[in-house]
Every structure is written in structure tokens, then in C-alpha cells.
Design a protein around this ligand. Structure first.
Ligand code: GLN
Length: 454
């Protein structure tokens, strides 16, 4: 813990930790030492980790990287971070992210962007988003592991951009209670780590049924680490032809082939599959996610939490709401609230929101069909490129940024587990990730297959 705290002090330029809790960390580390001395060592005992700013942490600033939550210190701990704490993990502080987890580059954060520890020459690159601070902190050895959340790729894309491992479990595996809601039917927490083994250990500590989240599944939690045998003989791995998108860089295509070869060499059968509705996933996601966000973010009204605008004489409650929300939300969040409100409005509900929900069902069925045909897991690239330069996309058309999520959003729409695992470097020396998508609740098998790719 002390080594991590001093590494964090030395890595201010990465802007990964945005609220540091050194005193609390040392107190918890001492408590972990005492437990270890008594021979009572739970799985995460004494392991220093970072927590994404989206998780409510008792008495510690939890701002979802937004101005509107400035000064908010929850009186409660999210279920996932409470489980990690009870398993002995030591929280070092809160990690940078895109505002309300909306973004793919960490550039929508009120704290300013986190920086990828990987560089090309001296050029600063994005660590990805929205869990960019988590990815940067793990990659730069500021902590042993971190929590992330993934609504459309926010664990897997930053993992791919930083050469780390990130798994989004099946929807319902981890409790969402106490995690600031973005799009409730898509959001899931998951671990971001240096190795697949670490991900298995940490995921086990994070998941399990929680009566406080009605969508959390009442299923036993497997011993994921014990499932890392490296034996994938007889497994069938699908390669979806629709993911071979136009303009895919040669290096990404080559990496994908190499991943398939590695799995074949380990005894898996590689088959080409079709997921015909893939091309509708991104548009459906960018209707459903903003729709849910516009509803979830209605609670930030200047009364209950955080920031309230100063008012002029004669201002009433409407002006208070308007000024607070105009000042408190950044441009990307405002864009999502407006899109979401529009697609849910009376005249457009059927044309947009209901249509997107139908498309979502078709995407889910595509996966069900290939799994019913005997496919155990699906291999794809995690991202369409390696980490890009800071400012490079933030100043472009927002749709350019949304295109980053082309390989990751299908998994959230279908509620499936997906993992990004580092799979080599590109010609500029930057890490690239491969994604594996698994059957619902089969994170153990998925981790085992990913372990073969490490
Ligand atoms: N980049 C996607 C978005 O901006 C995904 C974000 C996420 O998974 N939280 O919505």
C-alpha cells in the first residue's frame, strides 16, 4: 500500500487518481496485516486497489467525474466496493473517468482527462474511456487492480488501450446498488487487472446476489480461479464475419487471425459464424443508452445532491433547475439527455425507442442462435484501433467517438459476458486487445479461454 501511495504521488501527470484516500488506505492495510497475522486471509486481503469514481464510497467523494456531484460524499458504500472491502482489499482512492461514464476517451471528465502511460514518442494518448483512470492506474502500476464499469465497452476498450485485462460480466452478476446509474439495463461493474488470474480472483470477490438490486442474479458464485486450467480442447470458437468491418486496419485483422491460431493450437475448433444484426447495434445502443440516461439523470436537480447554481433575485424553482443543470452537466452529458428525452417523447417513442428495443431483441437472438449451434465463445478485436491521441477525436463530430464502441456494445445489449485481453503490440508499439464473448453466466469458461490468449 505504501509503495502504491508513493507511486501515485509520483504519477500526478497521469491524472488517474482524482480523490486520494491515503489515511484510510493505511488504516485498512494495517487491518489487513492484523487479519493475515491471525491466519484469516480473505481473497483480496491487503491488496491495494483503485475504485472508479462512479462507485459510491462511504464518506469519500463520489462525483462520477461531474460538476453536478461536486461535494457529494455518500453515507453508504456500493455493494461491489463493500464486498471488495470485506474481502480485505485496500482502497487507495477514486479513479478518473468520463462524466457519468459517457465517453470513450476520458475527455469528458470534470477533472480533465487521464493520460495513457503508453506513449508514441512523447505524444500523450487517451487511456480510453469511460474507465480510463482505472486502466491508466493499473497499467502504470499505481495499484494492483481497479474497478471499472461497462455500459457499452467502458471496461474493455480502456483495457485494450492500456495492455490490461478487463471483463464485463453477465448482466446481473454484480450488484449495481450504489453505482451511479447511467443506463440501468446495460450497466455492469467488473475488474480491471494486469492478468486474467487477477481478474478471476477479483471478479469472484465482486459478484454475488444482492437483494438491494432486483436485477442481481441469485446464482452461486463459482471459484473462477480454479477454472483457469488452460484446457480448451474441444471448445468451439466462433469468428463472426460481420465484425470484419470496412476499413479495418490490417494490423487489427492480423491480430485477430493470430488469436484464432492460438486458440486452434490449444485444441479449440474455429468456425466462421454470422451475427446478422450486428450493424444495427451501435444505432440501437445510442438510442437506448441516452434514453435511460435522460431518465436516470433527472434526479440531479440541485436539491438532493451536489452542486446548485447561484440564483438571481426573482428566480424560481424552474430557473434553479435550468441553471443548475446547465452549469452542472458537461456538453456530452447534455447531448445525451437531449437525445434521450427526444427519443422517449410522445411523438417519437415508437419510431426510435421502441424500434431500438426490437433491434436489441434481434441482436440477443443472433447470439442465442450461435450458442444453440454449439459455439462456446466468440472471438473479435476489442477496438477498431489502438489508443488515439488526446484531443484527436474530442474535437471531431461526436459520432466519430461513438464508432469506437462498434465491437463492444453488442455484448451489453445482449447482457453477455465479454473480456478484453492484451494480444500484442502494433507497429507503433501500442497495445492491442482481443475480445472474447461468452455464454451467459459462463465467466469461468471465458476467463479460461482468455488465459490461453495471454
Ligand atoms: N463509450 C460508450 C458511451 O459513451 C460506452 C460507455 C460505457 O460503457 N460506460 O456510451
Amino acid at each position: 500500500t505504501e509503495a502504491c501511495l508513493s507511486a501515485i504521488e509520483g504519477a500526478g501527470a497521469l491524472n488517474a487518481f482524482v480523490h486520494k484516500t491515503p489515511d484510510l488506505a493505511l488504516e485498512r492495510a494495517r487491518a489487513a496485516d492484523a487479519r493475515l497475522a491471525q491466519g484469516d486471509a480473505p481473497a483480496m486481503c491487503g491488496l491495494p486497489i483503485g475504485i472508479k469514481d462512479l462507485f459510491c464510497t462511504e464518506g469519500v467523494a463520489s462525483q462520477a467525474a461531474s460538476r453536478i456531484l461536486q461535494g457529494f460524499r455518500p453515507e453508504y458504500e456500493s455493494s461491489v466496493s463493500a464486498k471488495l472491502r470485506d474481502a480485505g482489499a485496500v482502497m487507495l482512492g477514486k479513479l478518473n473517468m468520463d462524466e457519468f461514464a459517457m465517453g470513450s476517451s476520458n475527455e469528458t471528465s470534470v477533472y480533465g482527462n487521464a493520460v495513457n502511460p503508453w506513449k508514441v514518442d512523447t505524444r500523450d494518448l487517451t487511456p480510453g474511456g469511460s474507465s480510463g483512470g482505472s486502466a491508466a492506474a493499473v497499467a502504470a502500476d499505481l495499484c494492483l487492480a481497479a474497478t471499472g464499469t461497462d455500459t457499452g465497452g467502458s471496461i474493455r476498450q480502456p483495457a485494450a488501450f492500456t495492455g490490461t485485462v478487463g471483463i464485463k460480466p453477465t448482466y446481473g452478476r454484480c450488484s449495481r446498488w450504489g453505482i451511479v446509474a447511467f443506463a440501468s439495463s446495460l450497466d455492469q461493474a467488473g475488474p480491471m487487472t494486469k492478468t486474467v488470474r487477477d481478474a478471476a480472483i477479483m471478479l469472484e470477490a465482486m459478484c454475488g446476489h444482492d437483494p438491494k438490486d432486483s436485477t442481481s442474479a441469485d446464482l452461486p458464485v463459482p471459484d473462477f480461479e480454479a477454472m483457469l486450467t488452460g484446457d480448451i480442447r474441444g471448445k468451439t470458437i466462433g469468428i463472426p464475419r460481420e465484425y470484419r468491418i470496412d476499413g479495418m486496419p490490417e494490423e487489427i485483422a492480423a491480430l485477430w487471425d493470430r488469436g484464432a491460431d492460438m486458440l486452434r493450437d490449444a485444441g479449440a475448433k474455429i468456425v466462421e459464424i454470422s451475427l446478422p444484426h450486428t450493424k444495427y447495434a451501435l444505432p440501437a445502443y445510442y438510442v437506448i443508452a441516452p434514453a435511460e440516461a435522460s431518465s436516470n439523470l433527472a434526479r440531479y436537480d440541485g436539491v438532493r445532491y451536489g452542486h446548485r447554481a447561484s440564483l438571481a433575485a426573482g428566480d424560481g424553482i424552474t430557473e434553479m433547475y435550468e441553471k443548475t443543470r446547465a452549469e452542472g452537466f458537461g456538453p456530452e452529458v447534455q447531448r445525451r439527455v437531449m437525445i434521450g428525452t427526444y427519443v422517449l417523447s410522445a411523438g417519437f417513442y415508437d419510431a426510435y425507442y421502441n424500434r431500438a428495443r426490437k433491434v436489441r431483441t434481434l441482436i440477443k437472438r443472433d447470439f442465442e442462435t450461435v450458442f444453440a449451434d454449439g459455439v462456446d465463445a466468440i472471438l473479435t478485436p476489442a477496438t477498431p484501433s489502438a489508443a488515439f491521441g488526446l484531443g484527436e477525436m474530442a474535437n471531431a463530430d461526436p459520432v466519430q467517438m461513438y464508432l469506437n464502441d462498434v465491437f463492444t456494445v453488442t455484448v451489453n445489449l445482449a447482457g453477455l459476458p465479454g473480456i478484453s485481453v492484451p494480444a500484442g503490440l502494433d507497429s507503433a508499439g501500442l497495445p492491442l486487445g482481443l475480445q472474447l464473448i461468452g455464454r451467459p453466466w459462463e465467466e469461468g469458461d471465458l476467463l479460461n479461454t482468455a488465459h490461453v490468449l495471454e
